[in-house]
Write a protein that binds this ligand. Structure first.
Ligand SMILES: N[C@@H](CCC(=O)N[C@@H](CS)C(=O)NCC(=O)O)C(=O)O
Length: 205
């Protein structure tokens, strides 16, 4: 008899927000049924549980959650080991602020670059801004093994899907970004990161 996963995750195999949640699941070693949502073809059950039909959406028995940050924090609380947010309130708040900044600055650029409706000039500008911004913060990655942290955290889980996509975003980091390039090499080699990748994501590099 097959084992039914109590968790199901509606995920677009190419989407960086869905990738965040798949990384958290892999870091926690939690098995979930990954239901691929591609080309806007929404399974009826997804529409039933999420009025926006957006992915990622997590279903845990009677609970349905969407918005990647909400889903990630739920998983971190539901499966506390290993913890992906610091214990103390100041450090937790700082992690949440970093996630917000990744969202506002870097995810905004990624979404412009990948949106087929974007004008070419906007795409060129977003690519330039993202490349310069990542290069600018690169020295921070020389200070700690993870992004401004001694431990893997939800901040890394938000950043890695972007960094993995740099080739398809048309961004090559320059040599001075070496601390960031080293961080990427370390992170991409992690077993959990490799386990998080969909077939479409494996093809991105
Ligand atoms: N802020 C959302 C963004 C997620 C998002 O943009 N999802 C896209 C993925 S391609 C989506 O589901 N769009 C609506 C749709 O496909 O109907 C999050 O963090 O989860």
């Amino acid at each position: 008899m097959g084992v039914t996963n109590r968790l199901a995750c509606y995920s677009d195999p190419a989407d960086h927000y869905s990738h965040r949640v798949r990384i958290v699941l892999a870091e926690k070693g939690v098995s979930a049924e990954i239901i691929d949502v591609v080309d806007g073809r929404h399974p009826p059950r997804l529409i039933e549980v999420n009025p926006y039909g957006s992915v990622p959406t997590l279903v845990d028995r009677d609970l349905a959650l969407y918005e990647s940050t909400v889903v990630m924090e739920y998983l971190d609380e539901r499966y506390p080991h290993p913890p992906l947010l610091p214990v103390y309130p100041v450090a937790r708040a700082n992690s949440r602020l970093l996630i917000h900044r990744i969202q506002r600055d870097w995810c905004a650029s990624v979404d412009v670059i990948l949106d087929p409706r974007s004008k070419e000039a906007a795409r060129v500008q977003a690519r330039k801004e993202l490349r310069e911004s990542l290069t600018g913060v690169s020295p921070l990655f020389a200070e700690k093994p993870f992004f401004l942290s001694d431990e893997q955290s939800l901040v890394d889980c938000c950043l890695l899907p972007i960094l993995w996509r740099l080739p398809i975003l048309g961004i090559e980091l320059p040599r001075p970004a070496k601390p960031l390039l080293d961080y990427m090499e370390r992170q991409f080699a992690r077993e959990a990161f490799q386990a998080s990748l969909s077939a479409a994501e494996r093809d991105m590099r």
